[in-house]
Design a binder for this molecule. Structure first.
Ligand code: ZN
Length: 249
């Protein structure tokens, strides 16, 4: 997609499946395919110590009737609070043996190329905290950078399906989060800085206008430069000539 690139983003700390005691998938997981979007969810799970809560979400997905999932449906989960040493992201669905993401199960009919990020909790009822927002932005920044996902493709579950997911308190944060991602990932294009610093006998000169680089050559106003060297400067307008006399005349 697109002819854009983002500034590199650091991978946040992510608890691996074995850390939270994930069960193995019960069937074949397809590869995710080209990543086109990221969909945000809330889990509406009962609060438990973090590893246990992630495990309970997996159990719930794998015991769904009549169509149990082969594994937890989401790719990443974000904790309720900065609870374990500020490490609040969990790996969800098992990856392919070569490390690429597997197709998830989080938006009916729209799972191909769609990364599922779920926040533990119920944000229809509970406020979404500043700490959670910070963790979510770290995760999204890294994912957008890694997979070149346009900010407009950070979606909410309710954009696709008749559901309140990810809850109104989280849903209303998404525009601000997209803006924060723009600020973080997009390089500001300004005029390139071509100014040149001039130092005479160890003294930096404040030149007006400033010296600039033109095709590899430093170009500076003559008068302040010559006077800094102790030269007398005369200008003959009719012949357009600058006279530099170092004898002080
Ligand atoms: Zn959802």
């Amino acid at each position: 997609m697109g002819n854009f690139h983002y500034l590199p983003q650091k991978r946040p700390f992510i608890w691996e499946r074995k850390a939270w005691g994930a069960s193995d998938p019960t069937g074949y997981l397809y590869p995710l395919g080209t990543v086109e979007q990221i969909t945000i969810h809330h889990t509406v799970s009962a609060a438990k110590p973090p590893f246990e809560e992630v495990k309970s979400v997996q159990r719930y997905h794998m015991q769904k009737e009549p169509d149990p999932f082969f594994d937890i449906g989401y790719h990443f989960l974000v904790d309720r609070a900065a609870s374990i040493d500020g490490r609040d992201i969990y790996e969800g669905r098992q990856r392919q043996s070569n490390g690429v993401l597997s197709q998830g199960a989080h938006v009916a009919g729209r799972n191909q190329g769609n990364i599922g990020v779920a926040v533990l909790g119920n944000y229809e009822d509970e406020p979404f905290s500043e700490g959670q927002r910070r963790v979510l932005v770290d995760l999204l920044a890294w994912l957008c950078y890694l997979y070149s996902v346009p900010f407009s493709e950070i979606r909410a579950h309710r954009d696709f399906s008749p559901t309140s997911c990810p809850g109104r308190h989280l849903y209303t944060e998404l525009d601000g989060i997209r803006q924060e991602l723009v600020d973080r990932l997009v390089a500001r294009e300004g005029p390139p800085d071509r100014t040149v610093n001039i130092v005479v006998n160890g003294q930096p000169l404040n030149l007006e206008p400033q010296a600039v680089l033109v095709n590899g050559t430093a170009v500076a106003p003559v008068r302040p430069l010559a006077e800094a060297q102790g030269a007398h400067v005369r200008w003959n307008a009719s012949t357009r000539t600058v006279y530099l006399d170092s004898n002080g005349k």
